[in-house]
Design a protein around this ligand. Structure first.
Ligand SMILES: Nc1ncnc2c1ncn2[C@@H]1O[C@H](COP(=O)(O)OP(=O)(O)OP(=O)(O)O)[C@@H](O)[C@H]1O
Length: 936
């Protein structure tokens, strides 16, 4: 009897990721709860299933509708399969296991199945004896891993004529209670491969298959039935981009998608109606589920979907998968073993058949013998089976009740070429052997691979150690080098700064030396020749002035000339009247010149008098200034006393300014006077020049006189002098000579007096200048040394303050310059440090990179260790599982309900639904299945 796969569809509520991404619910459910309409822009469509469960459906509802009938079927000896399909995070595990197997409300299908199995056993008649076995495996990366004994991580798949497809070596645990089965589930669940994806924090990275095998024996007729229930939680079909898979997760995703696409291919081949070959052997998943898809199984497919627009493409894909799977047809039948009577009957019939066949063979051989000997057998006498059967009592074997056909046609997976029964058996045997060999080889390969990996790890570790020690040595050296170069730079900077300081100091020393030398010189000069120098200077000045009065020596020349003329007069040679007149004229001219000189001298006298007056005025002014200064000082002190808050420095600077202004005024006045004096001197020079011009004229006149005298001499020598005139002339001459001598003497006296006067005036000028200097000094002294003690104190205080301030200012300036230098040094140091920091940063970056790679390597190593640990744990858990007393010993369970018949089998006293532990059946061990072995 063929039956379709039951397909139900379950939607979960929108999750936080979908809401965050702006997903909207796009599923519309029909009232009958059988079809859904997807309101998607890109993937619209309506899909119909056996049942649709909306987002708010309860676990109980899903179980009651989809699964409970299957459990009954399995208990009645059928094979059953429930598998959940859907994208990652769509709720497959939630549906199959539930968040907690202990929570009545939220526990999933598998715990509910377990409950129902034990409830059904309890409800069955006590003439029925059951055993329940469970196994738990996962297909991870196309390898079958025993979740109850994870050390077996690459189990082979076998197929046998009577057993069908099974996983060889899979650990099977006998269970007798719900709690035992829960413990097994927990144990296996802990060994599952889960990982984080963007779509699900605990995403199943493998297909998990929980198998419950229920065997039952009718204690009345000895008939035996067994049913297998496959509960499959498939790994999520997923889009790599959305799940953010990378590395190992990406590899897992590829394998998951490959096995799921094989599942799709099998479903396509089963449903397209034309494929003769179904590719079950393309993946381990399809091979194990071979009986569940198109074979001997009552199958329910639960497709899990998201209701969100964010996953519309995946949802529509899942819904299409479900629609296709819906049309798969299975041929489920009861897996039954014959009782002894049935077997006897069957044996009898087989024997009869054998006799028939022997007769048939003998008849055939006889006919063949005739043909071989060249004879002929008429067509009507040809041997046929019908004739033999008609002649004998053979009963066709197929009519024996409970007989299972030798040729199992329910497996479309078997090769398309029709095989004889023994050929097929041979083929399966050979296949199993080969599978074993492959599995062994794979195990060897894996072990070799692991050994190689561990050796590689070790090698790389050693290399790393070696290189890391070398690298760390190198890094140390680099660091030292960096440090040394940095210190070197700093040393250079410090040396430069010291050089600068040294230069400054040597300059200062030079300056001090110079100043000292100058001071010494000045002291010496002051001590030895200050006054003399001044005197000499002044005398030089005077001589200069005198020289200025007679720059060309004309006055002296004139004097000499006059003396000569006088000498001529005194000499015995007489002069003519004309000559005498000329001489007189000349004398008159000389007188006028002398008058002019006298005038000049009187002018100079006047000037001298005016200078004396000016000096007096200056002295008066000086006294006034001193008085003013005293008044000012008094006022300043009074002001200061009155207002202590006045800034001393300001007062001093004001005072200084005033004094300086007064001094500048006085200085400018004196300079003006000097300028006036110089102008005066220039005027006098002009006068002297005029005088010299006159002297030149006089000289010319003198020369003319000389010529005349010579002419007269010549005339005398010729004897033309008369006696009378000569005496008169002599007298005149005598008079003239006397006059001349007198005049000359007068001139001499006058000249001398003039010179004296001039000298005295020059001296006065010098004295005046000296007095001016002294006045200046006195003024300065007055400024410096005030005769008032308080003032002196105040002055001293102010000066001290001033000095301190100056000192402070100097210090500040020095500090400023030192700071500037320090700043320059610091800047250089900063630059050097920055360089160092940069180099350190780059080193740090290098180190970080290395650390990251080392970390990465460490993580891989850690991963390896974890895996090994996992294996060790698995081994331990397997050992634990093995050590569980419910594990390897089969536990027949007797039905709890009263027997229906007349009570061949008495009701077991302790075996009733009201047993103390829920679902716990009393451990009634019998020996009817002594040969029943676990798969190990
Ligand atoms: N019907 C539902 N009601 C409430 N929460 C649900 C439902 N279905 C699933 N969830 C929640 O969604 C999350 C993902 O579910 P689950 O782990 O069962 O997905 P999955 O299909 O098994 O994913 P994967 O294929 O990655 O293993 C879980 O947190 C689960 O609690």
């Amino acid at each position: 009897m063929s039956n379709n796969i039951k397909v139900v569809c379950r939607f979960r509520p929108q999750n936080s990721l979908e809401i965050r991404e702006g997903g909207q619910p796009i599923i519309n459910y029909d009232e009958l709860g059988q079809s859904v309409k997807v309101d998607s822009k890109d993937y619209p469509g309506t899909f119909t299933f056996d049942r649709v469960f909306p987002s708010d459906s309860k676990q109980k509802d899903v179980f009651n509708y989809s699964i409970s009938t299957i459990v009954d079927d399995v208990i009645n000896g059928y094979n059953g399969t429930v598998f959940a399909y859907g994208q990652t995070g769509s709720g497959k595990t939630f549906t199959m296991m539930g968040p907690s197997i202990d929570d009545d409300e939220t526990k999933g299908i598998i715990p509910r199945i377990v409950d129902q199995i034990f409830a059904s056993i309890l409800a069955s008649p006590s003439t029925m004896e059951y055993t329940v076995k469970v196994s738990y495996m996962e297909i991870y990366m196309e390898k079958i891993r025993d979740l109850l004994n994870p050390i077996n991580d690459n189990l082979p798949i076998h197929e046998e004529k009577n057993r069908g497809v099974y996983v060889k070596g899979l650990f099977e645990v006998y269970v007798s209670s719900i709690s035992e089965i829960h413990e097994v589930m927990r144990n296996g669940g802990n060994n599952r491969m889960v990982g984080y994806t963007n779509m699900n924090a605990e995403s199943s990275r493998s297909h998990s298959i929980f198998v419950i095998t229920i065997s039952q024996k009718n204690l009345v007729d000895g008939s035996v039935k067994s049913g297998k229930l496959y509960l499959v939680d498939l790994a999520g079909s997923e889009k790599v981009g959305k799940t953010g898979a990378s590395g190992q997760t990406l590899e897992e995703a590829k394998k998951i998608n490959k096995s799921l696409s094989s599942l799709g291919m099998v479903i396509n081949a089963l449903t397209d109606g034309k494929s003769t070959h179904i590719p079950y052997r393309d993946s381990k998943l399809t091979r194990i589920l071979q009986e569940s898809l198109g074979g001997n199984s009552r199958t329910t497919l639960i497709i899990n979907c998201s209701p969100s627009s964010y996953n519309d493409a995946e949802t529509v894909g899942t819904l299409r998968f479900g629609t296709r799977a819906k049309s798969i047809k299975n041929k489920a039948k009861v897996n039954q073993e014959l009782s002894a009577a049935e077997l006897k009957l069957l044996l009898k019939k087989v024997r009869a058949e054998a006799i028939t066949f022997t007769q048939y063979i003998a008849a055939l051989e006889g006919e063949v013998g005739i043909w071989r000997q060249g004879g002929a057998v008429p067509k009507l006498e040809w041997v046929s089976m019908e004739k033999i059967q008609a002649g004998g009592s053979a009963i066709p074997i197929s009519s024996v009740p409970g007989y299972i056909a030798q040729q199992d046609t329910s497996r479309p997976s078997t090769p398309a070429i029709a095989l004889e029964a023994d050929e097929r058996e041979e083929f399966l045997k050979r296949e199993n052997e080969l599978t074993d060999q492959i599995a062994e080889k794979e195990a060897d390969l894996l072990a070799a691979q692991q050994l190689l990996d561990s050796m590689k790890d070790e090698l790389s570790y050693l290399k790393e150690q070696e290189s890391s020690s070398a690298v760390s040595e190198l890094n140390k050296l680099k660091l030292q080098l960096e440090k040394v170069s940095h210190e070197n730079k700093e040393g250079v900077i410090i040396a430069d700064s010291l050089r600068g300081i040294n230069q400054g100091l040597s300059k200062e020393l030079e300056e001090l030396k110079k100043a000292l030398l100058e001071m010494r010189l000045a002291q010496k000069d002051l001590r030895e020749g200050d006054k003399e120098k001044k005197k000499i200077e002044k005398m030089e000045k005077m001589a200069q002035m005198m020289a200025d009065l007679d720059p060309s020596g004309e006055i002296s020349a004139k004097e000499a000339q006059l003396r000569e003329t006088l000498f001529q007069f005194e000499s015995p040679t007489g002069l003519t009247a004309e000559e005498t007149i000329a001489i007189r004229k000349e004398i008159a001219q000389s007188r006028s010149i002398i008058e002019q000189h006298e005038q000049t001298i009187s002018e100079l006298n006047n000037e001298n008098a005016s200078l004396t007056l000016k000096r007096d005025a200056l002295e008066v002014h000086l006294r006034d200034v001193e008085l003013e200064y005293e008044v000012l000082l008094d006022k300043t002190i009074a002001d200061e006393e009155a207002n202590s808050s006045i800034d001393v420095l300001e007062t001093i600077s004001e005072l200084k300014k005033k004094v300086e202004a007064q001094y500048a005024a006085k200085r400018s006045q004196t300079q003006q006077e000097i300028v006036q004096l110089k102008q005066e001197a220039a005027r006098r020079n002009e006068d002297i020049q005029k005088l010299s011009i006159n002297v030149t004229e006089l000289r010319r006149g003198n020369e003319e006189l000389k010529e005349q005298i010579e002419r007269q001499n010549n005339h005398t020598s010729s004897g033309l002098w008369e006696g009378k005139d000569m005496t008169e002339r002599e007298r005149d001459m005598e008079r003239i000579r006397k006059k001349m001598a007198q005049q000359l003497a007068d001139f001499d006296v006058m000249k001398k007096s003039l010179m004296r006067e001039l000298q005295s005036r020059c001296e006065k000028v010098v004295e005046l200048e000296n007095s001016l200097d002294e006045t200046r000094e006195q003024y300065n002294n007055v400024l410096r040394n005030s005769n008032n003690k308080a003032q002196q104190k105040k002055m001293a205080f102010l000066e001290r303050n001033l000095e301190q301030l100056t000192l402070v200012q100097k210090q500040l300036v020095e500090q400023n310059s030192a700071l500037k230098k320090e700043i320059a040094i610091s800047e250089r140091k900063l630059v050097a440090r920055n360089e160092r920091i940069q180099s350190l940063e780059s080193l740090l970056q290098d180190a970080q990179e290395k650390l990251t790679t080392q970390n990465h390597k460490f993580e891989t190593q850690l991963q390896g260790f974890r895996e090994r640990l996992e294996q060790a744990r698995s081994q331990k858990s397997a050992a634990n599982a093995m050590s569980l007393n419910f594990g390897r010993i089969y536990k027949p369970l007797r039905g709890g309900a009263p027997t229906v018949d007349n009570g061949n089998m008495p009701m077991d006293d302790g075996f009733s639904p009201s047993s103390p532990t829920k679902g716990q059946l009393p451990d009634r061990r019998t020996s009817w299945l002594g040969g029943w072995r676990s798969g190990v």
